[in-house]
Each structure stands twice: as C-alpha cells, then as structure tokens.
Design a protein around this ligand. Structure first.
Ligand SMILES: [Zn+2]
Ligand SMILES: [Zn+2]
Length: 263
C-alpha cells in the first residue's frame, strides 16, 4: 500500500509526502527545512530514500524550505516550465540541483510515475499532479487554484485518492478583515477554491467513483476544518450521498502531521 501524508498544510506552509515501500517523494515545502526534517524523522522517513520533489508553484508557502533542505542533498526537482525558470532566476534551489519540466511529459521518479496538469492561479505557473505507484495505486492533488474546469476535473478523477484545496468559506471571507483587493484576488478564477467550489468538485469525484478525498490548504482567517467538512457533507447529502458510508473525507492539519492515508 502507498501512503499519502500531509506534514503541514495551509497558507502558512504546505508539504506532503507520498511513500511506498520506504521510497518517497515530497510535494512542496513551504516551511523551514528544520521543521520539515523534524516531521520526516517523526515519520521514520530517511532522506536517502527521497526520490524527488514536486513543486506546484513559486509562492513562498510552497517553496521557502527548499534552498536549505537541498543544500547538501542531490535530489531532482520537478515543476512546470515557468516555475522552473522563476526558481532558477531567484535561486530558490541551490545551483547543483537538477530541475525537470513536467509541463508536457510525465516522469518516472523512482518507483512513481508523475504527470502534471496546469491550474489557474496568480503565480507564474501552477501545476496539479497525478501520481501512479509501482503497485498500481494512484492519487491526484490540486492546490492553489481559482476554479476547476473540465480539464482539471479529468486529471483529478479515476484515482484511489484525490487531494483538493478547500481554502475559504465565502461568508467568512466576505465578513473578514482582508482589504477588498485581497478578497477579490482570493475569490477570483486565479485565486483559491472556496468550500462551496471544493464540495462541488468533491461531489463529482465521489459520483465518479473516488472514495478517498482529502481537503488541503485551508485558510487560517477565512475557514475552519469543521466548516470545510460540513460543506462537503451537506453537498453530498443533498445528492443522496452520506460521507462515512463508503466515502472517507479528511482535512489536512495546519501545523501538524495528518494521519496517513493509505491508497
Ligand atoms: Zn499556497
Ligand atoms: Zn499560491
């Protein structure tokens, strides 16, 4: 069995791991190398078994730990073309690190096959990922995206586990302290997914046969895990589906490791 584990998640930093038979890949690293290494040690994951790092986009909550983490390692990084250029120009990873463009072709990263798909976000580029393991399991992940179009949905479905952003509650964002421009940016098609948008996608994924869903990148100011879960449950219930029967939905924790999900 493969495992998906979120080390930390949200606007203060994102990092997760996909592991099978001890070998693993990391997706994003938005907190310090020290914190990330501490979490990896807690999980019993040795960096000598790290096969590669996937980067969704260049925002600091996804890359800020990479430079120090990779200082004494020789691990390849995979991301989209625009993000790759940005990261090289801005020295986000040390110069010795090999970087690969996942925009058009998938890549074999140790025992994992990974492909990327573009998502709309206010960054130079942004990718979601589909990951297939050696034993035949699959998962998809899309974080930091303003909307889910058919192309993205096609890339999210037909997997054993789908991880989807559920960033903000519409009412909390409206009533919250953010200035108007920031509220508009978050709610735009190049911002983040609301609980409502995420629950619509989740419903479609469940209807298409996905039975493990994980919600990620919750806002600290404009959301709570309870609200995100409640919205998914309400949308599902309105369509005759009860979460918990055959469908598991979990929320990634902000500052702690989330219990692993086998897929
Ligand atoms: Zn982010
Ligand atoms: Zn972002």
């Amino acid at each position: 069995m493969a495992r998906y584990i979120s080390l930390y998640s949200g606007s203060s930093g994102n990092c997760s791991v996909v592991e099978e038979n001890g070998k693993f890949i990391i997706i994003d690293m938005g907190k310090s190398a020290r914190l990330t290494n501490k979490a990896l040690t807690e999980l019993g994951l040795d960096v000598k078994n790290l096969q590669g790092i996937l980067v969704s986009h260049e925002h600091t909550d996804h890359v800020s730990g990479l430079r120090v983490f990779l200082k004494n390692l020789n691990v390849p990084v995979y991301t989209g073309a625009a993000t790759l250029d940005y990261m090289q120009d801005n020295l986000i990873v040390p110069a010795h690190i090999e970087m690969h463009d996942l925009s058009f072709n998938g890549a074999d990263i140790g025992p994992f096959h990974v492909s990327g798909f573009e998502t709309p976000h206010d960054s130079v580029g942004c990718l979601g990922f589909r990951i297939h393991t050696e034993k035949g399991s699959s998962m998809s992940i899309a974080t930091d995206l303003g909307m889910v179009n058919e192309y993205i949905f096609e890339n999210l479905k037909n997997v054993n586990l789908a991880v989807v952003e559920s960033n903000y509650d519409v009412q909390m964002l409206k009533d919250g302290p953010y200035p108007y421009y920031l509220k508009s940016r978050i709610a735009s098609n190049r911002g983040h997914l609301s609980n409502h948008q995420s629950s619509q996608t989740t419903l479609r994924l469940i209807e298409s046969g996905v039975d493990k869903i994980q919600l990620c990148h919750l806002s600290n100011n404009n959301n709570t895990p309870a609200l995100a879960l409640q919205q998914v449950a309400l949308t599902a219930m309105a369509n005759g589906i009860k979460i918990g029967d055959h469908v598991q939905v979990k929320v990634n924790r902000r500052h702690e490791i989330t219990t692993d999900t086998e897929f």
